[in-house]
Design a protein around this ligand. Structure first.
Ligand code: GLN
Length: 424
């Protein structure tokens, strides 16, 4: 017989603006942010017990301490390390000890195999005791990773277990340990493979749905739409013009073109993010301004990439007509697993009545004078609720709770208390 457990977790996402080549400064600034955070959790008088419990899990961005934009193997060579020798691992151990929490952090990994050196874009997980419990390598690579010969994760997407002592509650109110099925997706893992695969495969979300993930952790360096990408398609003159326009805009926000603002945002109040339509919403502003507010264009896009986890009325129709059964049994459906857009041959919606948590920690700031990151780190709960009229595929969808987002342009920390159900 299965029972429903109520899980209560406290999570913190740490949004950073690391700059390539400035590891020391990036680490020092992150500590000053973490100390500010710790002061907020502790009562003013020293020696007293913490009034507010520390987080159970802290998540940092992709390449959180090194900066993201590396352009060659030589460029990245002094920043890649074996997992346990990485400054990011030692940093994560200190964070785990300081807050008695799990720590997830993105870092550049150097791995030796059969006399060959392989480079990966990875995220490591450290337990509250400071032990390495998992290391995930990015599966889907983005443009810059090809510049430094990054390898794809040979295992593809993966799940692993994270145990939270005493964080589960039985229907009779007993507190018990709970082990959550967890996965990590690093940034481009959320996109269609090489931007070439069919959008509707939703590879990462479908993998998680089919493997019954309960906790999805995404360290990211996701770009804001004001970034200047694909530089090779512009003439020298156009390039300079575009970069000057970007610099002008940053000046208006009082931001240096390089470097970090050191103006921290601490969001500890459990307030939700207002829902905003992708299109025509008066609050959706695609320009890089209002740095303390989330970039709702990207928030909506991320929710869309988790479409298998959100309620959609059309699935009932597909189910009645047996469309999914036919689609999944077709020979050419090699690309598909056992679900398509959240539907399966067995159920209109595989995720109905389930819960899952998405923790998405993105970096912010600018690199190279061209790449603007979207920040907006956020906490989401997919609640598996159904409404026969639901057709929204963005933050207006009632089956996803927007438990809070940081702004698009500031370093900071968002702390949230989660409550969700798992079946055991
Ligand atoms: N799709 C992501 C973007 O456009 C990829 C970036 C990344 O993998 N860091 O921002």
């Amino acid at each position: 017989m299965s029972i429903r457990l109520l899980v209560k977790l406290r999570v913190a996402l740490v949004q950073l603006n690391p700059q390539v080549g400035r590891l020391e400064q990036n680490i020092a600034r992150t500590w000053s942010l973490l100390r500010k955070f710790q002061e907020k959790l502790q009562p003013a008088q020293t020696g007293e017990k913490m009034t507010t419990p520390t987080p159970d899990l802290m998540v940092f961005p992709e390449f959180a301490l090194t900066g993201y934009s590396f352009h060659s193997k030589e460029h990245i060579s002094s920043f890649v390390h074996k997992t346990k020798e990485s400054p990011s691992f030692h940093f994560a151990q200190q964070v785990s000890k300081m807050f008695s929490c799990y720590t997830v952090i993105g870092y550049p990994e150097r791995h030796e195999k059969e006399g060959k050196v392989l480079l990966y874009n990875s995220a490591l997980v450290v337990s509250p005791k400071g032990e390495l419990v998992f290391n995930y390598r990015k599966s889907f690579l983005y443009d810059t990773e090809y510049e430094w010969d990054c390898e794809e994760n040979p295992n593809g997407f993966e799940t692993f277990s994270l145990t939270f002592p005493g964080k589960g509650q039985t229907p009779t109110g007993d507190k018990i340990d709970v082990t959550l099925k967890t996965s990590i997706g690093i940034c481009m893992d959320l996109s269609p493979y090489k931007f070439e695969a069919p959008f509707n495969l939703f590879e990462f979300a479908s993998f998680n749905l089919e493997n019954r993930s309960e906790l999805m952790i995404c360290p990211m360096a996701w770009l804001h739409s004001s970034s200047i990408t694909k530089m090779d398609k512009y003439t020298e003159e156009e390039k300079l013009e575009k970069m000057a326009a970007l610099e002008d805009n940053l000046k208006r926000q009082s931001l240096p073109i390089f470097g970090s603002q050191n103006d921290f945002q601490l969001d500890l109040d459990n307030s939700n993010t207002p829902r905003t339509m992708s299109r025509d919403g008066p609050d959706v502003d695609p320009t890089y301004g209002k740095l303390e507010e989330p970039d709702m264009t990207n928030v909506n896009y991320w929710i869309l990439r988790f479409l298998p986890f959100i309620d959609l009325n059309i699935r009932e129709e597909w189910y009645k007509q047996g469309i999914i059964k036919k689609l999944l049994s077709r020979e050419q459906s090699d690309l598909l697993g056992s679900t398509y857009m959240g539907a399966s041959a067995r159920a209109a919606w595989e995720f109905a009545n389930c819960n899952a948590i998405l923790l998405l920690t993105n970096r912010c700031g600018v690199e190279d004078g061209t790449t603007v990151y979207a920040g907006s780190s956020g906490v989401y709960k997919f609640n598996g609720s159904m409404d026969p009229n639901e057709s929204n595929i963005d933050s207006m969808n009632g089956s996803v709770a927007l438990l809070g987002n940081l702004g698009k342009g500031k370093e900071g920390i968002i702390l949230r208390d989660l409550e969700f159900d798992v079946t055991r």
